[in-house]
Design a binder for this molecule. Structure first.
Ligand SMILES: Nc1nc2c(c(=O)[nH]1)N[C@H]1C(S)=C(S)[C@@H](COP(=O)(O)OP(=O)(O)OC[C@H]3O[C@@H](n4cnc5c(=O)[nH]c(N)nc54)[C@H](O)[C@@H]3O)O[C@H]1N2
Ligand SMILES: Nc1nc2c(c(=O)[nH]1)N[C@H]1C(S)=C(S)[C@@H](COP(=O)(O)OP(=O)(O)OC[C@H]3O[C@@H](n4cnc5c(=O)[nH]c(N)nc54)[C@H](O)[C@@H]3O)O[C@H]1N2
Ligand code: SF4
Ligand SMILES: [Mo]
Length: 636
C-alpha cells in the first residue's frame, strides 16, 4: 500500500517542540517520526509520542458530545450540545463573572487560543497562577528584566554545565542529546537533584541536595564568589550588590551547607564550576521552583550565574526557558478586557466553592485539573455544585466525569495549528494529517460556532486571519505559505541572551534577591518531602483510561527514616495529613533520605493520582503551585 508523508508538529505540553514526518497509508495506519531536517528535532522523537497513534485510535476515545443523564452520559448532536452551552451563556450574559474559564497548557497553538478569546470577550472569570513553571518565570523577570535564554545549541560552547534539577532523560530528550554532545566535546556536567533525576547517565557528578533547598547552596557559592571580589564588569552590571553582600554576610557558609545537606567537598566542586575560566552554562529545571520558596531558589541560582560573569556570553547563560508563545502576536487578546476576577489555580476547588457571586457556568479545556491539581476531591465536589460544567476532552478523565456536557476535541495530527517551543527558536507548522475520529472537532471550530450561536454573537476572525495575525510580529518575517511549504521556520532571536551583560531592566542591570528565607522545619511525624515528578512514559495525565490498575510505585533512599519500623512484607501506604494511599516501594540510593519520589499523572479513579494527598500551597512568586512542599511519610 502506498504511504503519504506529511510534515506536522507536536502539540503536547513539552519543551522540545518537535517537528514530525507523519506517514499515513490511506487507511487508518499512521506513523510519527522525528523530522530529520528540523535543527532541534534532528530526526527523533520521544517514545511516548511514537506511541501516540494508539491514543488517537484508542477504543475509549470520546467520539461524540455527551450530556449528563443521572450518573451517566448520553450522546447528543453537536447542534444540541452547542445550543445548550449557548443558552447557559446567554442567561449569564449580564453577569459574566458567573461564568468561569479554566484552561490548561495542553491546549497548545495559535488557533487553540479560541476559547481564551471567546471567554475574554464575554468578560468571564479566569484563573491566576499556574501548576507548572510560573515561579521561575517570575524570578527570571525580576532578576534579568525578561525571560530569555541562549539558543539551545549554544550549550555546545560551554566548558562546564551545571544542571540544577532538569530531568532531561524524561522531560527533554533533545536537550539530553545536546548534553551528550557537549560532553563528547569535553564539557563537564554537574547535576544537582534530590532524586538523582535520570542525571547519572549524562553527568560527571550528581549531588543529592535536600528537597527545596537549592537556594542555600547557591547562596553559599555567591558568598564565596563575593569574598573573592566580582569582576569589574559584573560589579557594573549588578544593581544592589552591597545589600546582597550584607544579606549574605549574615549567613555562615557551614550553616548554609547544612541547610541544603551538601558536604564541603561537593560544595567545592560546585564552586569550582563557577570560578574556573571558560564559560559555564546553567540549566534550571522546573522541579526546584514547585516549593513554597521555589521562586527564591531560582533567584539565588540566577544570582550565582550572573555574579560569576556567566550570563550574557556564549557558552554560558541560564537556561530556564522562553515563552513558547513569544513568536506569536496574541490575536486572542483582541477585544478582551481584564477578567472581572481570577480564581487561584493552586486552590481551585476551594476558590470555586467560596466564589461570591457563585460560578454558574464553568468551561474547562486543555486540562485535567481533578487529577492534576492539589485538593482533587474538593475540586470534584466544587464542580458538581457549579450550575453547568462543560469539559472539552478526548477521554473520560477524572475531570470529564464531573461534567454536565463533554465536547470531544480533535487531538494533534487531527487539527491544523502553529506551535513554538520553550527551548528553541523555531516556529513549527502542525499540519492536519487526517480527520478527527468520530464526530470530534478542532477546538477552534466549535468555539467559533458557539460564538456565532449566542443571542448577541461573538464573531471570531476566520482561522486564516488568526494565523496571519499571529505571524505579524517582528520575530517572524515569514508567512503561512512558507510554513506550510517547509514545515518550520526559524524566528529571529539573538543566539546569546543579554549579550555583554545588558539586561532587560530599564537601567540594563540585573537584580539580586533581597531575602533568604529559612526552609520550614520537617515535623518529626512527616519527615519527607513528597516529590511528584514527571513520568517517562506519559505526558502529565495523558495515559490510557484502561491503564493497568494497582498501586503506583514510589522510590526512597535505603536511609529514609520512614523505613525504620516499616514492615515491607506488608502493604505499604504513602500518607500525608490529607489521607493515605497504597504504594509499592523501590529503594534507590540516589534519592535524598528526606524525599519520597513518585511519578505524577495517574488518575484519581485508578487510585494512582497523588494530588488528593497534596494540600493547596502557593509558591512565593507567580502564583505557582508548591506541590513538592507537601510533607509525607510511609506507613503500614
Ligand atoms: N515524559 C514526560 N515529559 C514531560 C512531562 C511528563 O509528564 N512526562 N511533563 C512536561 C511538563 S508539563 C513539564 S512542566 C516539564 C517538566 O520538566 P522538568 O522540570 O525537567 O521535570 P519535573 O519532573 O517536573 O521536575 C524535574 C526534576 O526536578 C528535580 N527536583 C525536584 N525538587 C528539586 C530540588 O529541590 N532541587 C533540585 N535541584 N531539583 C529538584 C527532580 O530531580 C526532577 O527530576 O516536562 C514536560 N515533559
Ligand atoms: N502532584 C503534581 N501534580 C502536578 C505537577 C506536579 O509536579 N505534581 N505538575 C503540574 C504541571 S507541570 C502541569 S503542566 C500540569 C499538567 O496537567 P494538565 O494541564 O491537566 O495536563 P494533562 O494531564 O496533559 O491533561 C490535559 C488534557 O487535555 C486534553 N487534550 C489534549 N489535546 C487537546 C486538545 O487539542 N484540545 C483540548 N481541548 N484538550 C486536549 C488531554 O486529553 C488531557 O486529558 O499538571 C501539574 N500537576
Ligand atoms: S512530547 Fe516532546 S519530545 Fe516528544 S515528540 Fe512531543 S515535543 Fe518531541
Ligand atoms: Mo508543566
Amino acid at each position: 500500500m502506498s504511504t503519504t508523508q506529511t510534515i506536522s508538529a507536536c502539540l503536547l505540553d513539552c519543551p522540545d517542540g518537535c517537528s514530525f514526518v507523519v506517514e499515513t497509508d490511506g487507511e487508518n495506519g499512521l506513523r510519527i517520526r522525528g523530522n530529520p531536517d528540523h535543527p532541534f528535532t534532528r530526526g527523533f522523537i520521544c517514545a511516548k509520542t511514537a506511541r501516540f497513534p494508539e491514543r488517537l485510535a484508542h477504543p475509549e476515545r470520546i467520539t461524540s458530545p455527551l450530556l449528563r443523564q443521572g450518573e451517566g452520559f448520553v450522546p447528543v448532536s453537536w447542534g444540541r450540545a452547542l445550543e445548550l452551552a449557548a443558552g447557559r451563556i446567554d442567561a449569564l450574559r449580564a453577569t459574566p463573572e458567573r461564568m468561569a474559564h479554566v484552561r490548561g497548557g495542553a491546549l497548545r497553538g495559535v488557533l487553540a487560543q479560541a476559547s481564551r478569546h471567546l471567554f475574554g470577550v464575554l468578560g468571564a472569570t479566569d484563573t491566576s497562577g499556574s501548576p507548572c513553571d510560573e515561579a521561575g518565570i517570575a524570578a527570571s523577570v525580576l532578576d534579568f528584566g525578561a525571560l530569555d535564554q541562549n539558543a539551545p545549541e549554544d550549550l555546545l560552547h560551554a566548558a562546564r554545565i551545571v544542571n540544577w534539577g532538569r530531568d532531561v532523560t524524561r522531560c527533554s530528550v533533545h536537550q539530553l542529546a545536546l548534553l551528550r554532545q557537549a560532553r563528547a566535546r569535553g564539557a563537564r556536567v554537574l547535576s544537582i537533584a534530590p532524586d538523582g533525576g535520570g542525571c547519572a547517565e549524562f553527568s560527571d557528578r550528581v549531588l543529592a541536595v535536600r528537597p527545596g533547598c537549592d537556594r542555600f547552596l547557591a547562596a553559599a557559592a555567591c558568598k564565596a564568589l563575593l569574598e573573592r571580589g566580582p569582576a569589574p564588569e559584573v560589579r557594573a552590571a549588578a544593581a544592589g550588590l552591597d545589600a546582597f553582600q550584607a544579606l549574605l554576610a549574615g549567613h555562615d557558609t557551614a550553616a548554609l551547607l547544612d541547610a541544603c545537606d551538601v558536604s564541603p567537598t561537593d560544595f567545592a566542586e560546585l564552586l569550582a564550576c563557577y570560578i574556573a575560566q571558560g564559560p559555564t552554562a546553567t540549566l534550571v529545571g522546573w522541579g526546584l521552583q514547585r516549593y513554597v520558596h521555589g521562586g527564591e531558589n531560582v533567584r539565588f541560582i540566577n544570582a550565582l550565574a550572573a555574579l560569576s560573569g556567566n550570563v550574557g556570553r556564549a557558552g554560558g547563560g541560564v537556561y530556564y526557558g522562553v515563552s513558547s508563545g513569544r513568536n506569536f502576536v496574541q490575536w486572542a487578546a483582541r477585544g478582551a478586557g481584564p477578567a472581572p476576577r481570577s480564581l487561584p489555580v493552586h486552590d481551585l476547588g476551594r476558590a470555586l466553592l467560596e466564589a461570591d457571586p457563585p460560578v454558574e457556568f464553568l468551561w474547562i479545556d486543555g486540562m485535567n485539573p481533578v487529577a492534576q491539581l492539589p485538593g482533587s476531591r474538593t475540586l470534584a465536589r466544587a464542580m458538581r455544585r457549579c450550575g453547568f460544567v462543560v469539559v472539552v476532552e478526548a477521554f473520560m478523565t477524572d475531570t470529564a466525569e464531573q461534567a454536565d456536557l463533554i465536547l470531544p476535541c480533535a487531538l494533534m495530527t487531527e487539527r491544523e495549528d502553529l506551535a513554538g517551543s520553550c527551548v528553541h527558536g523555531m516556529v513549527n507548522y502542525a499540519a492536519k494529517v487526517r480527520e478527527p475520529v468520530g464526530e470530534a472537532r478542532a477546538d477552534f471550530d466549535f468555539v467559533a460556532e458557539l460564538g456565532r450561536r449566542l443571542r448577541d454573537p461573538v464573531r471570531l476572525p476566520d482561522a486564516e486571519e488568526c494565523l496571519r495575525m499571529a505571524l505579524s510580529g517582528p520575530s517572524t518575517p515569514f508567512g503561512m505559505a512558507e510554513l506550510r511549504a517547509r514545515g518550520f521556520m526559524r524566528a529571529r532571536w539573538p543566539e546569546v541572551a543579554f549579550e555583554g551583560m545588558r539586561f532587560a531592566h530599564p537601567d540594563g542591570r540585573f537584580r539580586l534577591p533581597g531575602a533568604l528565607h529559612p526552609e520550614p522545619g520537617a515535623p518529626p511525624e512527616w519527615p519527607c518531602a513528597l516529590l511528584t515528578l514527571a513520568h517517562r512514559d506519559r505526558l502529565n495525565s495523558q495515559t490510557a483510561p484502561d491503564e493497568a490498575p494497582g498501586p503506583p510505585s514510589v522510590a526512597v533512599s535505603p536511609d529514609n527514616p520512614c523505613l525504620r519500623g516499616l514492615d515491607t512484607g506488608r502493604e505499604v501506604f504513602l500518607a500525608t495529613p490529607a489521607g493515605r494511599m497504597a504504594v509499592t516501594l523501590r529503594l534507590d540510593p540516589g534519592v535524598h533520605p528526606q524525599a519520597i519520589v513518585a511519578r505524577r499523572g495517574g488518575w484519581v479513579r485508578h487510585g494512582r493520582s497523588f494530588n488528593p494527598l497534596i494540600a493547596p500551597r502557593q509558591c512565593d512568586l507567580g502564583g505557582c503551585t508548591a506541590f513538592y512542599s507537601q510533607r509525607a511519610r510511609l506507613e503500614n
